[in-house]
Design a binder for this molecule. Structure first.
Ligand code: PLP
Length: 395
């Protein structure tokens, strides 16, 4: 018996372990320090009242034989697919019910999607990047190519026509950089994918943070995208479902790729994969997700997003005052800043911890191009963010 040796190519994920060790060591020496953690990308506000109400009702449904539910239907319950369909219609995107697959979150679908692509497919990822895109490809032995995100392109790399790839990862609003592609920029990617016969995996996990109606919150707002893109989204950051687990993946039936000698529907491949390896998301969870997209629920989750965005504004206003370069913050819960004084990401991490008692995430944890940069998240209590801003001012 042999293990998958591709796992040996994975870099050990030292980022959060090292942060944890450094914080523990600091607290041992400074037991009275009041640390403010702006490092982890996890939501802090509770579920919206409309979601809680719907989930309570769903629990009641499970208590009666007439309304009890067993296995979910294969792509999710039509009531949630309908709600997503309506949500996209408001964005000007027309979908069909069976384009939508309900899953247990974006991370699973991003990873599992690789099952349906040819083993020889080459993946293209921006650097810095959400590490899951890289590691899941390494685990199945795929070749990766990197595209440089940097200050000059505002961490929004555009396609290089000389670079050939099959699977392109795009995340907008981006984790870790908080940057958001414009419609024109996304059009460049769609045109490139169509010309290369490549496929875009568009991660829109943070779309709720976009308020600027000129910015695309779905790749399907770009003409031609249904022929070349899969969109993966989640209720984690939109509705505070990180601990509840629900997301969705859109695979338009217009998306057709070659398998062997013949063209096949990508939707049919993903459906087959899910039917075999996935047994659905709980009824209670799907009722909660449906409620998040109702008029009442949506107003509540938008209010939560606005709270985080105000936090982001407090952080970015201080950076502006201090003359520190940053991206994000405006249509995203992440602020990505250049470490002052030419410091490396870890040097700045240490300084921030020692002098301001604030914990953030070193940009180098997201790829080589992240070194010299730093991520602060807007997830957290207002009071903490205001205190962190005061401390940053006095660095
Ligand atoms: N995509 C991005 C860019 C993320 O930052 C995250 C979580 O932090 C995910 C996907 C995973 O989301 P989920 O909780 O739906 O698995």
């Amino acid at each position: 018996m042999l293990l998958n040796k591709d796992f040996l190519k994975l870099q050990d994920s030292y980022l959060f372990i090292t942060i944890d060790q450094k914080v523990k060591a600091f607290m041992a020496d400074n037991p009275n320090a009041k640390l403010i953690k702006l490092g982890i990308g996890d939501v802090t506000l509770p579920l919206a009242p409309a979601v809680i109400q719907a989930m309570h009702k769903a629990v009641e449904d499970m208590s009666k034989a007439e309304t009890f539910k067993g296995y979910s239907s294969d792509q999710g319950y039509p009531f949630l697919q309908e709600a997503i369909l309506g949500y996209y219609a408001k964005k000007g995107v027309e979908l069909e019910l069976d384009d939508i697959f309900i899953g247990d979150g974006a991370k699973s679908d991003i990873s599992n999607m690789l099952d349906i692509f040819d083993k020889g497919s080459v993946a293209l990822v921006p650097d810095p990047v959400y590490p899951v895109y890289v590691d899941t490809n390494i685990m199945c032995g795929r070749e990766l190519k990197y595209l440089s995100g940097n200050q000059a392109n505002s961490f929004l790399p555009l396609p290089d026509s000389k670079m050939k790839a099959d699977i392109i990862y795009l995340c907008s609003p981006n984790n870790p950089t908080g940057s958001v592609y414009t419609k024109d920029q996304l059009k460049c990617w769609v045109d490139y994918a169509l010309s290369m016969d490549a496929l875009i995996l568009f991660d829109s996990a943070y779309e709720i943070f976009i308020d600027d109606c000129n910015l695309p919150s779905s790749i399907y707002q770009i003409p031609g995208a249904k022929q070349c893109a899969i969109e993966i989204c989640s209720f984690s950051k939109t509705a505070g479902f990180t601990g509840v687990r629900c997301g969705y993946t859109i695979v338009p039936k217009e998306l057709v790729k070659k398998a062997g000698e013949n063209e096949s529907s990508v939707n049919a491949f993903w459906k087959r994969r899910q039917n075999t390896k996935f047994n659905g998301v709980s009824y209670i969870t799907q009722r909660g997700a449906e409620a998040a997209l109702s008029d009442e629920g949506f107003a509540q989750i938008k209010e939560n997003a606005a709270y985080y965005k105000q936090n982001a504004k407090i952080i970015s206003d201080v950076l502006t005052e201090l003359g520190i370069w940053y991206t994000g913050g405006e249509n995203s819960p992440y602020v990505w800043l250049k470490c002052p004084g030419g410091k490396s990401s870890w040097e700045f991490f240490d300084q921030l911890l020692r002098e301001a008692h604030v914990v953030g995430t070193p940009g180098s944890g997201f790829g080589m191009n992240g070194d010299g940069y730093f991520r602060l998240t807007a997830f957290g209590a207002r009071e903490n963010v205001e205190n962190a801003a005061k401390r940053l001012r006095h660095l």
